[in-house]
Structures are given as structure tokens and as C-alpha cells.
Design a protein around this ligand. Structure first.
Ligand code: ZN
Length: 105
């Protein structure tokens, strides 16, 4: 790999920005307001997110499904990287009404 590509790769990791391409409901308990969603990202990463809808929709936990290596640290086992993108992901979910779409199905 050329120096330029190495540098490029490093910069990419530092400035990683997840782009949500799909959200689907994995499980839910309407009474308690607890929901589990599977979030697909543009780079092939899949995450599991837990939400509590009371008093308002709020992501309570997110973790990467270990199907592909982490796009941030490249580990293929458990890491906490996705937690630092909770705000970014929540913002996209609100803007694109992903929850509404996911629970409508
Ligand atoms: Zn990671």
C-alpha cells in the first residue's frame, strides 16, 4: 500500500461518519416501551440498538453486530466504538424518521 493510501485510510478512520441505510425492528415490548432495532450502515456495518420510547424515544444502548470488522478500530470482536456515534446516529434516525418506518412494518 502506498504512503498516500495509508494516510488516507488513517484519516478515514479518524473522521468516520456512519451513514444509516436501513433500520428494522428486531423485537419490541409495547407495554414497557422497549425496542430493539437492527441498524444497517452504508459501509456494511450492522448495529443493534436498544430504545426506550418513554417518555420519548431515546437510544439506551448500541453495539456492533460482529459480522464485519469494526469500521473504526478494525477489530472483529467486541469494541465500544459505536457508542461514541450515538448522537450522530440518533440525529439521522430522527431526521429520516427511521423508527416510524421500522415500526410500521
Ligand atoms: Zn471498534
Amino acid at each position: 500500500m502506498s504512503e498516500a493510501r495509508k494516510l488516507n485510510k488513517r484519516v478515514m478512520h479518524m473522521s468516520y461518519r456512519p451513514i444509516i441505510t436501513n433500520v428494522r425492528e428486531a423485537s419490541s415490548n409495547e407495554k414497557s416501551g422497549l425496542y430493539e432495532f437492527i441498524i444497517n450502515l452504508a459501509d456494511g456495518t450492522e448495529c443493534r440498538a436498544f430504545y426506550n420510547r418513554f417518555p420519548e424515544w431515546k437510544m439506551t444502548n448500541i453495539s456492533r453486530l460482529q459480522k464485519t470488522p469494526c469500521p473504526v478500530c478494525r477489530k472483529d470482536f467486541i469494541c465500544k466504538c459505536m457508542e461514541s456515534f450515538t448522537g450522530e446516529l440518533e440525529q439521522q434516525i430522527v431526521e429520516n424518521q427511521w423508527i416510524d418506518k421500522a415500526i410500521a412494518h
